[in-house]
Write a protein that binds this ligand. Structure first.
Ligand code: PA5
Length: 444
């Protein structure tokens, strides 16, 4: 069961900080539970693990099953909240090397999450000679990066299978009623899945946005939802026993004590894209009105050999949250070597998990002594249930954190600025005035 531990926090925070924050946490809790805080139109994720659409869930399972039968590759097109959660879960549970492994299901390629021609062409080449399907994901249905990528893959599908054949291989996950993608899907007869109105992109991994690609990769999405539901029940209780409450309280207290950066670390490289998902969740939810911890992430132990120096002795601006995924699936022990040329026989017979855990403890002590407070999230295993719990835990703590910070945790007004400039510079109709101004400023 997921737990949050605060490591030697007395060195950084007064003993009664959680008690002092309790009334504000209770207020944040009430706002989330009753959808009465800022951005309350986007709190559908709070009860989603209980209230999700069962009929659509069955359609997701059926579509995933079909993809697993008729496709050697699934191309998942989406960006931001329409991308990171699915990739995070697949890499965490199936491995970052999933596509290279022997398996029953399709390779999963993520594209439409940038504007690189090379990345696009590479995936087009990877699917050129195999049967493939496409899951295009965009809540708004109008985001440039996935829309442009989808043009290429739709054309590739129609060239390979004809328009009719392509129809059975395109799955569109988008708004229930609005947007260009929804209109296209209806006109073309593609199967559609819904991003609920009241769930924003970065909170949508447990909707069809994440569930279809995750199920297509063979992950048990019922177990994922069950884990999330268990955590939803714990979070609904609130109070000092609620891990999300304790995490939100500690990181907020450290923020008000002057910390500016939260480093999420994990000792399993499979977690890398879960950390990317977490960065979007916290960065977009808290980073506004000149406030918020800057979310960053590191892969340990690899980054102890690069970023470790800064963490230990650089500017004292960070706190660290360590995600411990629990026991590895592999039970590897260090082999004995008769010559002991590398001097490692003192570890012969020792499990890799034991070595990893000592490295973690050593780092915990070193970083804490170096002035970096450490929070530990014990995730309880690399299983769909445990990951469902972890996802909901981070989402709920993020909602609480946003309200503690007194910002709207569910909007992202700052994301529009680059889009407007890009549209203007690309000559999109309606942006003519801005274009002239921007071009003059670029030349200045
Ligand atoms: O969290 C968000 O709202 C964003 O990251 C969006 O998910 C991202 O911009 C993609 O938007 P859309 O799903 O509308 O294409």
């Amino acid at each position: 069961m997921l737990d949050v531990k605060l490591f030697q926090m007395q060195a950084f925070l007064p003993a009664d900080y959680e008690e002092a924050l309790a009334p504000r946490l209770a207020d944040a809790q009430q706002k989330l539970q009753t959808a009465t805080g800022a951005g309350s139109d986007f709190t559908g994720w709070v009860h989603l693990p209980r209230d999700y659409d069962r009929a659509e869930f069955d359609r997701i399972l059926a579509a995933a099953d079909k993809i697993r039968r008729d496709s050697q590759a699934l191309v998942v097109i989406g960006i931001g909240g329409s991308y990171l959660g699915a990739r995070g879960v697949i890499e965490c549970l199936c491995s970052p090397n999933y596509n290279l492994k022997k398996k029953d299901g399709p390779n999963v390629y993520f594209i439409g999450n940038g504007l690189s021609a090379d990345a696009l062409e590479e995936v087009l080449e990877l699917v050129a000679d195999v049967d493939f399907s496409v899951n295009v994901i965009s809540k708004s249905g109008t985001t440039t990066e996935p829309a442009v990528a989808f043009r290429f893959f739709r054309a590739a599908l129609e060239k390979k299978y004809g328009r009719e054949g392509a129809r059975g291989r395109i799955y569109a996950t988008t708004d229930r009623a609005r947007g260009a993608l929804k209109s296209l899907a209806d006109a073309e007869g593609w199967e559609t899945f819904v991003v609920p109105d009241d769930v924003g992109g970065r909170y949508s991994v447990l909707t069809a946005v994440g569930l279809l690609p995750i199920a297509a990769a063979g992950v048990d999405i019922r177990a994922l939802m069950a884990g999330a539901a268990a955590m939803m029940d714990r979070c609904a209780q609130g109070g000092a026993d609620c891990p999300a409450w304790r995490y939100a309280a500690a990181r907020y207290a450290l923020y008000t004590a002057g910390k500016e950066v939260e480093l999420l670390s994990c000792y399993d490289p499979a977690f890398r894209f879960m950390a990317e998902w977490w960065k979007q969740l916290y960065g977009e939810s808290e980073g506004k009105e000149g406030r918020g911890l800057f979310p960053a992430s590191v892969d340990f132990t690899a980054d102890l050999h690069s970023m470790g120096q800064y963490i230990q002795q650089g500017k004292r601006l960070m706190l660290e949250t360590v995600v411990r995924l629990g026991p590895s699936h592999a039970e590897l022990r260090v082999p004995r070597d008769e010559t002991d040329g590398d001097g490692l026989n003192f570890l012969a017979g020792t499990s890799m998990d034991f070595i990893r855990d000592r490295a973690m403890e050593g780092t915990l002590l070193a970083h804490t002594e170096g002035g970096v407070p450490n929070l530990i999230v014990e995730a309880g295993g690399k299983t769909p249930e445990a990951l469902g719990e972890l996802i909901y835990f981070f989402e709920y703590a993020c909602g609480l954190s946003g309200y503690l910070l007194d910002v709207n945790p569910f909007d992202q007004p700052g994301v529009e600025a680059y889009k407007k400039n890009m549209f203007a510079l690309l000559g999109k109709p309606g942006y003519e005035d801005r274009r002239a101004d921007l071009e003059a400023r670029l030349r200045a």
